[in-house]
Design a protein around this ligand. Structure first.
Ligand code: CP
Length: 332
């Protein structure tokens, strides 16, 4: 049985990401990363985007490095893409089987990290259901180790935010005059938070967060966003529509949360509803996707959908991040 650990929530994640030379050593959050840094990461990722139907881009820039994937919550896309990203850069990649790891026997997360560090792991990719875990680890390691946040409770998912920015930039070429509508369970979504932080930094024209009232965020959290509960108001003339699933695993009491049919009727994104969005609007979804609940199945496979491009960009973005932090940490 895994022992419940308490992870202090401090507000220094943004500055904790940089080493004494000002280099990005950890990626914990998009908060505190300025437009120049985000743009550089997107430009770096472009070098790793594989051509459609072509071979995957490879490099040996991480040869001699070891990357460990520690996913204490389920994942398909993020875990697979970090695995491929590390391998395509020439690193050794360890995918720890958390179901048989000693954390299940009560070992603390730090002892797990220090154990892997003793095996010359250089970069740890961490997903955990508790908030504060990536920053807690980063605060307790030296300048030879990098911690990458691969999804932290409902707080943050910075590489997802980057791949969403990259996909929007590729398809629409800009951020400044765009209207972006994020629809769904904003309250429990780390994807929405990281997307919102990144879009705000990049100077997006208008950001709308649309959800049923019980799933709305605290307005004080993202004062730069418009919070709406009417889908039509949210979709009108939007250039980007991002659908999110309801994060039922994070909701203790489901009273008042719409059921499947009610949700699709009021908040599901469909081709018909997209008619009030801007011409050539794109449809995004971070996955995992519940077809017929938050998004109409045929829309997810339509030409306006960029969901496959998001997945593909996930590898490129993670290659860029791995390469960047690898330059900031010393050799053991
Ligand atoms: N978008 C995302 O984080 O997907 P996974 O949970 O499959 O990694």
């Amino acid at each position: 049985m895994q022992t419940a650990e308490i992870f202090p929530s401090l507000n220094d994640e943004a500055s904790l990401q940089f080493n004494a030379r000002g280099e990005l050593q950890h990626l914990l959050t998009l908060k505190g990363l300025d437009r120049t840094t985000l743009t550089q990461l997107l430009d770096d990722a472009e070098r790793f985007v594989s051509p459609v139907g072509g071979e995957a881009v490879r490099s040996d820039s991480l040869a001699g490095r070891t990357v460990a994937n520690l996913f204490f919550e389920p994942s398909t896309r993020t875990r697979a893409s970090f695995d491929l990203a590390g391998k395509r850069l020439g690193a050794d990649v360890l995918n720890l089987d958390v179901n048989t790891s000693s954390r299940k026997k009560g070992e603390s997360i730090l002892d797990t990290i220090y154990t892997l560090r003793a095996m010359q792991v250089d970069i740890m990719v961490v997903r955990d259901a508790s908030s504060g875990v990536p920053a807690y680890i980063a605060r307790n390691v030296n300048d030879q180790l990098s911690i990458l946040n691969a999804g932290e409770a409902d707080v943050s998912h910075p590489t997802q935010g980057l791949l969403d920015l990259l996909t929007i930039r590729q398809r629409l070429g800009r951020f400044e005059d765009l209207t972006v509508a994020i629809v769904g369970d904003i309250a429990h979504s780390r994807v929405a938070r990281s997307a919102a932080q990144g879009l705000h930094t990049m100077g997006v024209g208008e950001l709308r967060l649309i959800s049923p009232p019980p799933l709305a965020p605290d307005p004080a959290e993202m004062p730069y966003a418009k919070i709406l509960d009417n889908l039509e108001d949210g979709l009108r003339n939007a250039d980007v529509v991002m659908a999110l699933r309801i994060q039922r695993e994070r909701i203790g009491n489901l009273d008042g949360i719409p059921g499947i049919d009610e949700y699709f009727a009021n908040y599901g994104i469909s081709s018909k509803r997209m008619q009030i969005a801007a011409p050539n609007a794109i449809v995004m979804h971070p996955g995992p996707m519940n077809r017929g609940i938050e998004i109409e199945s045929s829309l997810a496979d339509s030409p306006s959908s960029v969901i496959t491009q998001q997945v593909s960009n996930g590898v490129a973005v993670r290659m860029a991040v791995l390469e960047r932090v690898s330059k900031a940490i010393g050799r053991h």
